[in-house]
Design a protein around this ligand. Structure first.
Ligand code: FES
Length: 105
């Protein structure tokens, strides 16, 4: 497992990831999506496990992401698919601290 840190303070992270946005971020050799709902941050794979639509074009609804292509919904805490039939979404552990946003991959 590898840990990446975005930003160097909470304020910097809040500026980098505005409320309700979904940012595509390159971490090592992988691109992942990072989104935010208030002080809760979520990190998850870039492509939908159904037919590979890019989830940074999706819609954030509370702690769920809705895929832009067929509207399947995924829980961003567990990765579970909530509507539709496909494998679960890969999600990564994130933690906000005074040193930035830590992402474990
Ligand atoms: S590609 Fe995401 S729901 Fe079909």
């Amino acid at each position: 497992m590898k840990t990446f840190t975005l930003g160097q303070s909470k304020e910097q992270v809040f500026q980098m990831i505005p409320e309700k946005s979904i940012k595509l971020v390159q971490l090592g050799s992988e691109k992942i999506c990072i989104s935010r709902n208030g002080e809760l941050f979520f990190a998850f794979e870039e492509f939908c496990p159904h037919r590979m639509a890019s989830l940074n074009q999706g819609t954030l609804v509370r702690n769920e992401i809705v895929c832009p292509l067929h509207s399947y919904r995924f829980d961003l805490v567990t990765g579970s698919v909530l509507s539709g039939q496909c494998p679960d979404l890969k999600v990564y552990k994130v933690q906000l601290s005074d040193e930035g946003l830590e992402i474990q991959m």
